[in-house]
Ligand binder design. Structure first.
Ligand code: SF4
Length: 360
């Protein structure tokens, strides 16, 4: 990223603007770490206006870390209802319990904060700087947009290396006497002035005199976000193999890569026809006694989409598999949700095995 040295001239005009224009938000009444943390988690993927009433209800139900740690999950999720991304609520409680047992409260260092569930680099930076006055950056999409426009950078802001560079540059200029205010000022500027979607309000911006994106008229088209690679489509055949005792065959996925080390139903590449199924079974030293198609299903991972077709096969022989009875599938083995569509067939395997005994 070029022109990052320009950031050294940002703190003075930005903080002067913040002193006059800071948004009056309920979590800014004081810098209690718990309040800052809850607000940052609620604000992830959610607009400020939507968060405010939830925040107030949440804080009156759970005014501190201990109250949150001891809250019944049902009450916690009920208070979160409508905000979405429920894992945030569960992680808040997990982190509250962990913070109390490991640190006796929320810790002040970025590394310790980041070791708690649901707290990433941005949130850790926000808590450490706002609540503990640590001179650390809190760089999110808003900050990346402001910096890209200020420096007229056409680098891809979604690239981790670009984010790291911005974090380093902010660390070098963040005022040690007001790190929390500085981070909040950039957030406010991004949220109210340097708006996304090609609509910066440069006419009211305290950084207009420094801004290369404004001087060069490139600001509205910044930041650059490289298009994500298209997902690769992979065809798979999922086998629900049931033995004479009604147990289903499982195998472990490789230790690296997608769903690393998890259990799965046996998989063949491509959409296998009946003849190929028999060949595969033969290769495992097994024979099919009966076959029944289970239909198609799809599962989307971040970079790959599986398009699956399934078969329910009653088999003779053990093959290289681990065999799980229906109750073991319920209680012991976790099957990734990619196989959700075929799970009922595994659980009904016993019925199928008992009912259909004719050789194929
Ligand atoms: Fe953003 Fe315009 Fe301010 Fe530059 S001058 S930082 S583009 S609002």
């Amino acid at each position: 990223m070029e022109n990052l040295e320009l950031l050294a001239r940002v703190p003075a005009p930005l903080l002067a603007w913040y002193d006059k224009e800071a948004r009056d938000l309920p979590w800014r009444q004081n810098t209690d770490p718990y309040r800052v943390w809850v607000s940052e988690i609620m604000l992830q993927q959610t607009r400020v206006e939507a968060v405010i009433p939830y925040y107030e209800r949440f804080l009156s139900a759970f005014p501190d870390l201990k109250a949150l740690a001891e809250a019944p999950e049902e009450q916690l999720l009920k208070l979160w209802e409508g905000l979405g991304y429920y894992s945030r609520a569960r992680n808040l409680q997990k982190a509250a319990r962990e913070a109390l047992s490991r640190f006796g409260g929320l810790p002040g260092e970025v590394q310790e904060l980041s070791s708690l569930p649901g707290i990433g680099a941005y949130t850790a930076g926000a808590i450490a700087s706002i609540a503990f006055s640590r001179p650390v950056p809190a760089v999110d999409g808003n900050v990346l947009r402001v910096v890209a426009r200020l420096t007229d950078s056409h680098d891809d802001v979604l690239a981790p290396a670009v984010k790291r560079e911005v974090e380093k540059a902010v660390t070098a200029v963040i005022p040690h006497d007001r790190p929390g205010d500085f981070n909040q000022a950039v957030m406010d500027l991004g949220a109210t002035v340097c708006l996304p979607n090609g609509a910066p309000r440069c006419e009211v911006c305290p950084l207009a005199k420094l801004c290369l994106g404004l001087a060069r008229s490139t600001a509205p088209e910044l930041p650059v976000k490289a298009k994500k690679k298209e997902r690769r489509i992979e065809e798979k055949t999922v086998l629900v193999l049931i033995d004479s005792e009604g147990r289903a065959a499982l195998e472990r996925r490789p230790a690296r890569g997608l769903l690393a080390g998890l259990w799965q139903l046996p998989l063949l590449s491509g959409h296998a026809a009946e003849k190929e199924l028999h060949q595969a079974l033969e290769g495992w030293g097994m024979q099919a006694q009966s076959l029944r198609p289970l239909g198609n299903a799809a599962h989307i991972f971040s970079h790959v989409e599986w398009r699956m077709t399934g078969w329910l096969v009653r088999v003779r022989g053990e093959g290289p598999f681990t065999w799980a009875a229906p109750e073991e599938l319920e209680e012991r083995y976790a099957l990734p949700s990619a196989f959700r569509a075929y799970r009922p067939a595994c659980l009904e395997g016993g019925a199928f095995a008992a009912a259909d005994t004719s050789p194929h």
